[in-house]
Design a protein around this ligand. Structure first.
Ligand code: UP5
Ligand code: MG
Length: 198
């Protein structure tokens, strides 16, 4: 059968900005499949027999960005599996990727011809709010990186490596920014963007 070319929205923003939360909201209201690169890496870390488990565990704890060869394969497989199960599912929210130059190169090498990147949904959140949300979540999340030490590194990685990627897309006119520091009304803005872009 004729498969649609996957349509992708990259969802970016600092740690705790609300990427996952808003992606869940979107999935409830629009026909998107949510793929969190971080969730895929955590699942791979936990997978019995994974040759990358140790590496992923240490990168996540250190707030460093895992080599793209690992991440892009997880994303590609998840996209293929989704579309094989249901060919109507060709719209994807790719949450937390691409985070640096290496990620972007890996995407371009493997996926550029296979998928269209429509735009970047950028959840812009102050560092203070990001830290507060992750520390609060850390009380129950069980995430190995929701502690002060890891968080400082995650924030630094975000500032040094991910912000330039967002700026690059900004120059291409492909960034839709949402003020994500607010406790309410974030999703109202997201809806307005999706209704306009769709
Ligand atoms: N919350 C959310 N929105 C709120 C609001 N408006 N008001 C009040 N509270 C709000 O939200 C975080 C917390 O805040 C939750 O408790 C939520 O209830 C509350 P969430 O939606 O989970 O935010 P999110 O942006 O998804 O935060 P997350 O911690 O998942 O972001 P990160 O980007 O840090 O984590 P991710 O899982 O993407 O990556 C983790 C690590 O994996 C990276 O540091 C890296 O080491 C590795 N990684 C790679 O190497 N490569 C990749 O491509 C991806 C990840
Ligand atoms: Mg998340």
């Amino acid at each position: 059968s004729l498969m649609m070319k996957p349509q992708v929205v990259f969802v970016l923003g600092g740690p705790g900005a609300g990427k996952g939360t808003q992606c869940s909201n979107i999935v409830e209201n629009y026909s998107y499949t949510h793929l969190s690169a971080g969730d895929l890496l955590r699942a791979e870390r936990a997978r019995e027999g994974s040759e990358f488990g140790q590496l992923i565990a240490s990168y996540i704890k250190e707030g460093k960005i895992v080599p793209v060869e690992i991440t892009i394969n997880l994303l590609r497989k998840a996209m293929e599996e989704t579309m094989q199960k249901d060919e109507k599912k060709f719209r994807f929210l790719i949450d937390g990727f691409p985070r640096n130059e290496d990620n972007l190169q890996g995407w371009n090498n493997v996926m550029k011809d296979k998928a269209d990147v429509k735009f970047v949904l950028f959840f812009d959140c102050s560092t203070e709010v990001c830290i507060q949300r992750c520390l609060e979540r850390g009380k129950s999340s069980g995430r190995t990186d929701d502690n002060r030490e890891s968080l400082e590194k995650r924030i630094q990685t975000y500032q040094q490596s991910t912000r330039p990627i967002i700026e690059l897309y900004e120059k291409l006119g492909k960034v839709c920014r949402v003020d994500a520091s607010r406790s309410v009304e974030v999703f109202a803005d997201v809806k307005a963007i999706l209704d306009k872009e769709d």
